[in-house]
Design a protein around this ligand. Sequence first.
Ligand code: PGA
Length: 252
Amino acid sequence: MRRKLIAGNWKMNNDLDDSLALVEELKSLSGKFDKDADVLICPAFVNLYHVKQSLSGFDIKVGAQNMHFEEVGAFTGEISPAMLKNIGVDYVIIGHSERRQYFNEVDETVNKKLKAAHIHGIIPIVCVGETLKQRESGIEKETVKNQIIKGFENVDGSEAVKTVIAYEPIWAIGTGRTASSRQANEMAYFIRNCLSEIYSSDISDKVIIQYGGSVKADNAKEILTQSDIDGALIGGASLKAEEFYKIINYAK
Ligand code: PGA
């Protein structure tokens, strides 16, 4: 039985004061969180340490939104996996479409980051998804399969099983337009099959596959009750404690 992972991607929102205020609100609600879901928040780099400290003793995990794959050295402006691990970061989002679109993230760097995260015991959340044009041309599955094959190249099964995949159709991110639950589940199922081809069904059955793209309190239940969707990666709606809490507790 796969546990649900409800993750908030705060993107470039919230300064330190705003981050800590939002964390306080989440802490006050956390006693009522659904026990069947793991909860994760991903603040900006500069706020990670303080958010992590503030969450001490609370069952809310903390993730970064990116990292470099190199261990150490002359990479001005970059953050290493060891630096994240050192301050207690549990997860890292890799290959988000905004990073692919604006910061030259490509499948090869996604692959390097995925491996580097595992070396340091950080759980990677690998984002995949097609553009509207690719969906309209009927090549959405081919696109996602390619991202999976390249992203997981030379990653062994013991690491794959501990990797989270977020299916985020680019046309649904921040647009208010969600994929239908059928479209989302169909792709999650397809991704699981790709993993089964690369590894085995034993492994693919265990991998957590999230959906992301305009998830809100009022559509969370419909999406999260699909057979192959094991959680959500949430942008805008994770910035309000009450809304995020309602998504976590979608089943109630
Ligand atoms: P959104 O973002 O929920 O604001 O659409 C999702 C994401 O980019 O992870």
